[in-house]
Design a protein around this ligand. Structure first.
Ligand SMILES: [Zn+2]
Length: 223
């Protein structure tokens, strides 16, 4: 009787759901990290959030501090939509070339403005251009950032890639992959979202959450 009752409960919980309601309910082949850099941006943030939410996906937004200060409502909308927020410096400099305390301050001011606007202190850090050093990592760690998040798939959206090319790049993702895209006003990037999500679902992959692993390395897990 208990087994039957348990099975009936499970069936009634899952039965009414369709794939459309829960597109990523099953993730047999693991998780990937979708990342959008350089926003918030009034030309693309809301469109990206709408596309991601429509597809049942969450992503990580690596934001500029000065853009957060300029568009605080957009940053709050990202959080409200269930997105994760990472630190991408105040003004996107070449951190390894500007010296100290400039590099530290670029990261610190961004931590502060994100904390003020969202009430959250980021733990994820992405250095502009992927340019880093032991000094940059030390700065980030002192500020509570516990993962340095680079990428292993580059969508090339920043370099004029078409929507089809962005989708093609995303098709190379495997379990644990992190893809670089941009909240930079590119309509190509926005238009690619539905096809990226359907492609992942068809391959048994789900958009995941990026968390901190050993030695500031990122790990992609279930949301
Ligand atoms: Zn960037």
């Amino acid at each position: 009787m208990l087994l039957v009752a348990g099975a009936a409960t499970a069936a009634s919980a899952d039965g009414p759901q369709t794939r459309g309601d829960r597109p990523f309910a099953s993730c047999p082949n693991g998780y990937v990290g979708l990342t959008y850099d350089d926003g918030p941006n009034p030309s693309s943030t809301y469109a990206l959030l709408n596309a991601l939410q429509a597809g049942g996906a969450r992503a990580t937004f690596f934001i500029w501090g000065q853009h957060a200060q300029q568009y605080p409502d957009l940053l709050r909308a990202e959080v409200s939509a269930g997105m994760w927020i990472g630190n991408h410096t105040w003004s996107h400099p070449h951190l390894t070339q500007i010296g100290e305390p400039n590099a530290y301050n670029e990261i610190a001011q961004t931590q502060n403005v994100i904390q003020q606007i969202t009430g959250q202190t980021p733990t994820l850090f992405r250095p502009p251009y992927g340019e880093t050093s032991a000094q940059v990592r030390s700065d980030a760690q002192r500020l509570g950032l516990t993962a340095e998040v680079l990428w292993n798939v580059d969508s090339q959206d920043w370099n004029g890639a078409s929507t089809a090319q962005i989708v093609q790049a995303a098709s190379r993702m495997q379990n644990g992959s992190i893809i670089l895209m941009h909240d930079g006003g590119y309509q190509t990037t926005v238009a690619a979202v539905p096809q990226i999500l359907s492609g992942l679902a068809s391959r048994g992959l789900c958009p995941g959450r990026i968390v901190s692993g050993a030695n500031m390395q990122p790990v992609v897990t279930a949301p």
